[in-house]
Design a protein around this ligand. Structure first.
Ligand code: GDP
Length: 453
């Protein structure tokens, strides 16, 4: 337990009916008793955990507000320490004055994420669950919220502890087998070790496979809309965003530069750019826009390539088809309302969607195609999904080490060598869950949290 008792405003700053000041540490209840006075008489230190009192906040005899104080006793609290949460009226000034009062009475201002860091250090949560809290707070879609909730309720921790157990069993068996190679011990065979390792590898691969889709749900996907002038890029962007942000006009080449905005397609946030068309630009301003569009094809993770089905494809269209080949592209055949008899054979074997950006026809199919191409269509948000690059890198290291262990086994290396690889895999898993992690890594993780969490 840390010797410093910390305090912070735990709710967001602004006008709200209620705001909460959280105090955690050895002196939390003492400090609260100096500023909070229950109407029923008595003191908070007389209360058991999970009890609340209604009273008032006083600063040197001046009443600041009436309030409710909730007492948690260590270890049964968020941080594992004694905690008092004081709910007052939620104005910014009010919250700041009550916080100042706690500091004047011996509390230290909490650093970003310090409450959750203490919860982790006191064994109340592992790192994967702690990291999911950020997702819970910042979720922008139902799917993102579900993903974070699954991690927070321990889906990921459970899956990781299953992998850990099977690796530990493999390590123990390998050791026993190495010590008594001539004994016929039940279940100890090279085939069995190999099976245990394959199972662990499968589970880790499964997690790594869903990482990208989880990331798309959490962070959105960098998307670019390309197509020659007048095919309906701006209209499509407006359909997706439901606003009139892009300039829509009949004059070819009006959308001259890259306009960026964020829209939601089903569960997915698209970080969109509407660009000047991919075509031979005739003037300088437009040339710059076109160059940037070409750059964006290289860097974007999803390309929506738009074509006008009311006219036959021309050289610019064919050039575009060529330039986006090999990238994650959806070919959008637009203007379906007037594009009768369009020959779509140039798109054979490609992912196409026929839409009318103007009327909205085909929108649902487009959303479905986006979910499929990004892998989110098959992602079960209730499953164990890795959160963030740190977790992915640890899981990838564990997976690689398991693969090496398997190869070492197959290639007849000594069992000691196999054991070393299994230990490496376990270390990577321990780092992922926080069982064995350096202070620097822990600090780095919690620094990203907001104050009060
Ligand atoms: P951009 O240059 O590719 O951004 O094209 P715009 O979005 O500015 O559209 C060019 C013209 O095509 C405008 O007059 C739009 O109203 C029209 N347009 C765009 N999409 C459709 C569509 O689905 N159907 C019809 N009939 N017209 C469309």
């Amino acid at each position: 337990m840390s010797e410093r008792t910390i305090a912070a405003i735990a709710t967001s700053i602004g006008s709200a009916s209620i705001g909460v000041i959280r105090i955690s540490g050895d002196k939390a209840i003492d400090i609260a008793d100096k500023i909070f006075f229950p109407f029923s008489g008595g003191k908070l230190c007389e209360l058991e955990g999970y009890r609340a009192a209604y009273g008032e906040i006083r600063d040197n005899g001046t009443v600041l507000d009436d309030a409710v104080a909730l007492v948690f006793r260590a270890p049964k609290s968020y941080t594992g320490e004694d905690v008092v949460e004081i709910s007052v009226h939620g104005g910014t000034l009010m919250l700041r004055s009550v916080l100042r009062l706690t500091l004047a009475n011996g509390a230290y201002p909490a650093e970003g994420g310090e409450f959750t860091k203490r919860a982790f250090l006191n064994g109340k949560t592992d790192l994967t669950r702690a990291e999911s809290i950020m997702g819970l707070i910042s979720a922008k879609s139902e799917a993102e919220l579900k993903l974070s909730r699954a991690a927070h309720t321990g889906r990921l921790s459970l899956k990781l502890s299953e992998i850990e157990s099977s690796l530990k069993e493999a390590a123990a068996s390998i050791e026993a087998f190495a010590d008594y190679p001539d004994e016929d011990i039940d279940g100890l065979s090279i085939e069995n070790f190999s099976k245990m390792l394959s199972n662990a590898e499968f589970s880790l691969n499964e997690m790594l496979r869903t990482y990208d889709a989880g990331k798309v749900i959490r962070e959105g996907i960098d998307t670019v809309i390309v197509g020659k002038p007048n095919v309906g890029k701006s209209t499509l962007m407006n359909l997706l965003s439901g606003t009139e942000k892009s300039i829509v006009t009949d004059i070819a080449g009006t959308t001259r530069d890259v306009i960026e905005e964020t829209v939601t397609a089903g569960d997915i946030t698209l970080r969109l750019s509407d660009t000047a068309g991919i075509h031979e630009a005739s003037d300088e301003v437009e040339r710059l826009g076109v160059e940037r569009a070409k750059d964006r094809i290289e860097t974007a993770s999803l390309i929506l390539a738009v074509f006008d089905s009311s006219a036959p494809l021309d050289d610019d269209d064919y050039a575009l088809i060529e330039s986006v080949k090999g990238f994650n592209t959806i070919f959008i055949i637009n203007k379906s309302d007037i594009g009768k008899g369009f020959d779509a054979s140039a798109f054979k074997g490609m992912r196409t969607v026929t839409v009318s950006a103007k009327s909205g026809d085909g929108y649902n199919e487009l959303v479905k195609q986006i979910a499929e191409i990004t892998g989110t269509a098959n992602l079960d948000p209730d499953s164990a999904v890795l959160f963030g690059e740190r977790q992915r890198a640890c899981a990838a290291r564990a997976c690689e080490a398991v693969r090496e262990a398997k190869n070492a086994l197959l290639n007849g290396y000594t069992l000691d060598a196999v054991g070393v690889c299994v230990d490496d895999a376990l270390s990577a898993l321990y780092e992922l869950t926080g069982k064995r992690v350096t202070n620097e890594v822990t600090d780095e993780i919690f620094r990203r949290f907001c104050v009060g969490k």
